[in-house]
Design a protein around this ligand. Structure first.
Ligand code: DP6
Length: 374
């Protein structure tokens, strides 16, 4: 029964993947330049575990961020003759960056079927982040989505007409093939990815703009990112996702993500911050619990991560505010709070939490509306 269900799901997916193969182009330009700025995002319900072709093991939802962004420009020039190799130079902050090239090459291979012009061109890709390079902030979501946007902009200029909706959907689809969470960076303020019964139109192939009502308390929500540890992670997200295969709590975890998303629906429409906090903090701790209970096990939180969490819990009780935390796959802490509490919460962050940051570094971000053409 389960096997049949899986086969049907695969057929369904492969059928809709074909929708992203373009019919034909009107013209292929000789040369040009395209540029985009794309943001990072912070998941409220976490994506952790995936199947082949970047299909998520469970659905997720995120706030799109505003300040943490990647700017990418792609200069393209038609090759004299189409070759069998991808051809590109990669500049990071204006300097050649050889070590980023294999990841981009893999990305190009994965998306070639959907953008068949890629081998016709030589590209100069120039990319930079708004956040410090070694901040421990993952740049894969903003970086991969910015690049996918540039390639899609090329496709748009080669084609008759693509609606904004189709454009965004295909960019999200392509971004997912670069990095799963990148598919949630195109639009804002909330993006959901991964098929789930409670959200109409949800798909494993791309992220969708959250389709239901959102209470105004969530507009302008703040995310102050505390940089606890800027070092290289011992275990990458990609390896972490892998370890969910055969994980003893995988089934329960994936079910929990579906149920948390369903619960979030009324929380988001009613502006129920109390339940919001309990879902978001539990998701963050569950993510790290999955890491601690996988085989091999690992810990990405640092002592200061825990000190910050305890300070937040203490302050929340004393102040009666709605400040809460979430975590990525790392030691940094995202401190979330509504705009109307910023005058109480931000001074607390500066006084009590920033001392736990490496070199006192933090980033003031907030909920954002998605990528921008430059
Ligand atoms: C913990 O999207 O970085 O941030 O698909 O392998 O590139 P890949 O993984 P990635 O995983 C992000 C995991 C997370 C949770 C989330 O953003 O939902």
């Amino acid at each position: 029964m389960i096997a049949l269900k899986t086969i049907f799901a695969q057929i369904e997916n492969s059928m809709s993947e074909k929708e992203f193969i373009p019919a034909s182009y009107t013209t292929l330009k000789e040369e040009g330049t395209v540029a985009y700025s794309s943001p990072s995002n912070i998941a409220l319900v976490k994506y952790w575990g995936k199947r082949e072709n970047q299909i998520p093991a469970n659905p997720s939802i995120s706030f799109t961020l505003a300040a943490c962004t990647t700017k990418t420009s792609v200069q393209y020039k038609k090759k004299d003759k189409k070759s069998d190799e991808f051809s590109f130079d990669l500049l990071f902050e204006g300097e050649p960056k050889e070590e980023f090239k294999p990841k981009i090459n893999t990305f190009l291979k994965r998306i070639e079927a959907y953008l068949p012009f890629l081998k016709e061109y030589h590209f100069v890709i120039n990319t930079s982040n708004s956040f410090p390079h070694s901040s421990g902030i993952a740049s894969s979501a903003s970086g991969m989505s910015a690049l996918a946007l540039c390639f899609m902009e090329m496709e748009r200029s080669f084609s008759e007409s693509i609606s904004d909706e189709d454009f965004n959907r295909k960019v999200s689809f392509l971004s997912r093939l670069g990095s799963g969470s990148a598919c949630r960076s195109i639009e804002g303020p909330l993006v959901q990815w991964g098929e789930t019964a409670s959200i109409e139109g949800s798909s494993n192939l791309f992220g969708i703009k959250y389709p239901y009502a959102v209470h105004e308390v969530f507009s302008n929500f703040h995310d102050t990112i505390l940089l606890v540890d800027k070092g290289e992670k011992q275990v990458s997200s990609t390896v972490g996702h892998e370890l969910m295969h055969g994980h003893p709590f995988a089934t329960q975890r994936f079910d929990q993500a579906h149920s948390n998303l369903e619960k979030l629906k009324s929380v988001l429409s009613k502006g129920d911050l109390k339940t919001f906090i309990s879902i978001v903090e539990s998701e963050a701790l569950t993510l790290h619990a999955m890491m601690m209970t996988s085989n091999p096990y690992f810990i990405l939180m640092k002592p200061n991560t825990l000190s910050i969490i305890n300070e937040i819990w203490k302050f929340r009780q004393e102040s009666n505010t709605h400040v809460c935390f979430t975590l990525d796959a790392g030691a940094n802490v995202h401190v979330l709070y509504p705009e109307y509490e910023k005058d109480i919460v931000f001074p607390f962050i500066k006084e009590k939490l920033v001392p736990f940051c490496q070199n006192g570094q933090y980033i003031c971000d907030r909920i954002g509306l998605g990528a921008k053409k430059l």
